[in-house]
Design a protein around this ligand. Structure first.
Ligand code: GLN
Length: 446
């Protein structure tokens, strides 16, 4: 079914970097055989799933949409892949993204620009653009993305699907190619909230292979989708409906709040006073971490190596100069500068302090409220090419998703209307490890 649909639409959408048809068919057959023998079914038995190409998959090319990992076939599976195997999903292939997850439009992929299925002239968002577009186009039922500063929620919003960034530490990062380790989190992208809860159920849980993995009980998310939000307290930060947010987006959030109000929830305006510093803090910290994480791509250990080098140092330099794209180089330079001696205290350390204040803003709000609600992105999907020459405008697009990563709390994007034929997303943010409440609100609204 999946491959039939892929044949029909993939030429236009271009969501996949690698398709794994032969193995997918063999796996589906093996599952059928198992069923015929009367054995039990896994949680997601037979469900076709696509995987963002920064999650390592054993013997299945994993490029991070970078030239530097052009022919990289990992020798092990990420922990989430093992969990999907237990749940009995069928992996269809690997999905396009911005190179090393740096970007908001998929235009930073070395290979291709995925298109938004709702309007092929617009971007699908990023960096998990392939993950969101493939679900929206019906090529797969589920996909996995990763979210460091909005990369699951923003593309979900642009493509009209449901995308969850779980609490930092809820899903193992073992086998997720690191961009900014203190912010990265894997999460599910699906058509419905219920599907999303099922997929998170399958991939969440403690993992001794990831030292930042949380040892917490995983509740039964699906059983908590009661539709009941009576008496629930919603905080709406005034910073999330202010300057830069388009009129249609603001209107769609107010409409959503009306719906939730009718269902018995109450909302009030609040303030996240430090959110104005979130963008600067995020780009400084994430680039610093990226500059350290990406040091491992040196032409020796994996992937691409330059053809003409005079000596070892020359080989390192040329490999990296030829292998990384523009945006990745920009972040490595920014991060290396921020971490260099003499600047560390002024930039990196200061950004860490501001990050703490941003987290405290959320802690204060969750003392009195159950969820925080706002838009996922300031506008609907923009046109391919519209922002690519202006990195700062592209960065500014992440203003509403980034505070959530800095605070480490969970956030979901659910479809909440259209503007000019393009979907809009509502962002629902919860307290640490309170994915259940986030899902409950999203489900009641859906
Ligand atoms: N767009 C943001 C960035 O470019 C977020 C990326 C992400 O969440 N991986 O860094």
């Amino acid at each position: 079914q999946s491959f039939k649909r892929i044949n029909e639409v993939e030429g236009k959408v271009q969501a996949f970097l690698t398709l794994d048809e032969e193995r997918a068919r063999a796996k589906a057959k093996a599952l059928d055989d198992k069923l015929a023998l009367g054995e039990g079914k896994g949680l997601l038995f037979g469900m076709p799933i696509g995987i963002k190409d920064n999650i390592v998959t054993k013997n299945l090319r994993t490029t991070c949409a970078s030239k530097i990992l052009e022919n990289f076939d990992p020798i092990y599976d990420a922990t989430v892949m093992g969990k999907l195997h237990e749940a009995e999903t069928v992996t269809i292939g690997k999905l396009n993204m911005d190179e090393f997850a740096m970007g908001s439009s998929n235009e930073n992929s070395h290979y291709q620009v995925t298109r938004n299925p709702w309007n092929l002239d617009t971007v699908p968002g990023g960096s998990s653009g392939g993950s969101a577009a493939s679900v929206a186009a019906g090529e797969v039922l589920f996909s996995l993305g990763s979210d460091t500063g909005g990369s699951i929620r923003q593309p979900a919003s642009y493509c009209g699907v449901v995308g969850m960034k779980p609490t930092y530490g809820l899903v193992s990062r073992y086998g997720l190619v690191a961009f900014a380790s203190s912010l990265d989190q894997i999460g599910p992208i699906t058509r419905t909230v219920e599907d999303n809860a099922y997929l998170l159920q399958a991939i969440a849980g403690h993992d001794s292979m990831d030292s930042t993995s949380a040892n917490v009980d995983i509740p039964d998310y699906v059983s908590k989708l009661s539709g009941d939000v009576k008496g629930l307290k919603i905080a709406v930060p005034k910073e999330y409906l202010g300057e830069g947010v388009s009129q249609e987006v603001r209107q769609s959030v107010l409409e959503a709040l009306k719906v939730l109000g009718k269902l018995g929830a109450e909302w009030e305006e609040v303030s996240l006073p430090h959110s104005k510093y979130a963008l600067a803090t995020y780009y400084l910290l994430s680039s610093s971490e990226a500059s350290a994480n990406l040091a491992r791509f040196d032409g020796v250990r994996y992937g691409y190596r330059t053809q003409d080098a005079q000596n070892l140092i020359d080989m390192y330099k040329k490999t990296r100069a030829e292998g990384f794209g523009e945006e990745v180089k920009r972040r490595i330079m920014l991060g290396t500068f921020a971490l260099s001696s003499g600047y560390y205290d002024a930039y990196y350390k200061k950004a860490q302090k501001v990050r703490h204040l941003i987290k405290k803003d959320f802690d204060e709000i969750f003392k009195d409220y159950d969820v925080v609600i706002g838009p996922t992105a300031p506008t609907p999907a923009f046109r391919v090419g519209e922002k690519i020459d202006d990195p700062l405008t592209m960065y500014a697009n992440d203003i509403l998703t980034i505070p959530v990563n800095l605070a480490g709390v969970p956030g979901i994007s659910v479809p909440c209307g259209f503007a000019g034929g393009l979907p809009l997303g509502l962002q629902i943010i919860g307290n640490h490890y309170d994915e259940s409440t986030v899902y409950r609100v999203a489900h009641a609204f859906e």
